[in-house]
Design a protein around this ligand. Structure first.
Ligand code: PBG
Length: 310
């Protein structure tokens, strides 16, 4: 009876697997704060992608981890066709064609030596407009490498519109934009910073949203839609389900939510201690995100959960 009347379901196609691909390693590297998640080599990524596709996931979201010596102030590795992220995109697009949606993180933080999501001005502050210019170059390089959908996650004003115009000018009319619309400055990104070997000093509070603000998410939403976002995302998920619902109530584009590294780490750590039932907690957390209104859920458990749901 409960199955018959359930109002929400989770299907493999709703799930997107975020993955990390690192340069200069010859075997996958574990991420200690995310047990079960690794930094991939391109070859191990290809195998993980095959597995995800076989399980029916809706997409893959790629993050690149360049070698420390390749990072610089402007994140040159981000738009270099031979940068790790672009090489990985090319390999996966070649293997998979259109079998799944290939997404790329369009943000500089993995590629800058200071770890910020943009470039800095001469006083050391993130320069919004100069950063957006870099995103456009990065977006075109990712589209060229084979990404279907770009995820600008830097929270710079005007990033969606500039990337849309840049893609169109370069002839990538069909490359879509998954806008990180309401991205909060969150303590729960901690494990991700290990995952991408981030060098960030300080925080991202001059560009990511304040946890206290709900209306601000609606203003960000209006801007992203006006600028041409194809899908809008709320991030993190679990502490921001009210925002997911607010957004889902008013938009007619798909809504995504990102169950981030810290959410993964909390459930994993509590389950390792025997304090919660891991499998049940995973299903409950993802179902809650769907119930809040997300049609798409980015989760590090995407392949596992999709396999269980098959
Ligand atoms: C920025 C970016 C971050 C995440 C995705 N894109 C980190 C940040 O904003 O500090 C976090 C993802 C996660 O924690 O799982 N490129």
């Amino acid at each position: 009876m409960r199955r018959l009347v359930a109002e929400t379901s989770v299907e493999p196609r709703h799930l997107v697997l975020p993955v990390f691909v690192a340069d200069g390693i010859d075997a996958p590297q574990p991420i200690s704060s995310m047990p079960g998640v690794v930094q991939h080599t391109i070859d191990s990524l290809r195998a993980a992608a095959d597995e995800a596709v076989a399980a029916g996931v809706g997409g893959l979201m790629l993050f690149g981890v360049p070698k420390a010596e390749d990072k610089d102030g402007v994140g040159s590795g981000a738009d270099d066709p031979d940068g790790i992220l672009n090489r990985a995109l090319r390999a996966l697009r070649n293997d998979l064609g259109d079998a799944t949606v290939l997404m790329a993180d369009t943000c500089l933080d993995e590629f800058t030596d200071h770890g910020h999501c943009g470039v800095l001005d001469d006083r050391g502050r993130v320069d919004n407009d100069a950063s957006v210019e870099r995103y456009v170059w990065m977006a075109v390089a990712q589209a060229e490498a084979g990404a279907h959908l770009l995820g600008p996650s830097g929270m710079m004003d005007g990033q969606v519109g500039a990337i849309r115009a840049g893609l169109d000018d370069a002839g990538f009319l069909d490359t879509g934009i998954l806008a990180y619309t309401a991205k909060y400055a969150s303590a729960f990104y901690g494990p991700f910073r290990e995952a991408v070997a981030s060098t960030l000093q300080g925080d991202r509070r001059t560009y990511q949203q304040d946890t206290a603000n709900r209306g601000e998410a609606m203003r960000e939403l209006d801007l992203d839609l006006a600028e041409g976002a194809d899908i809008v995302m709320v991030k993190p998920a679990m502490s921001y389900l009210d925002i997911v619902r607010d957004v889902a109530n008013v938009v007619d584009v798909p809504v995504a939510a990102y169950q981030i590294s810290g959410e993964y780490a909390m459930i994993t750590a509590a389950a390792e201690r025997g304090w919660i039932d891991r499998d049940a907690a995973i299903v409950e957390s993802v179902t809650s995100i769907r119930r809040a209104g997300a049609s798409i859920v980015l989760t590090y458990w995407a392949t596992e959960l999709a396999t269980r749901l098959l």
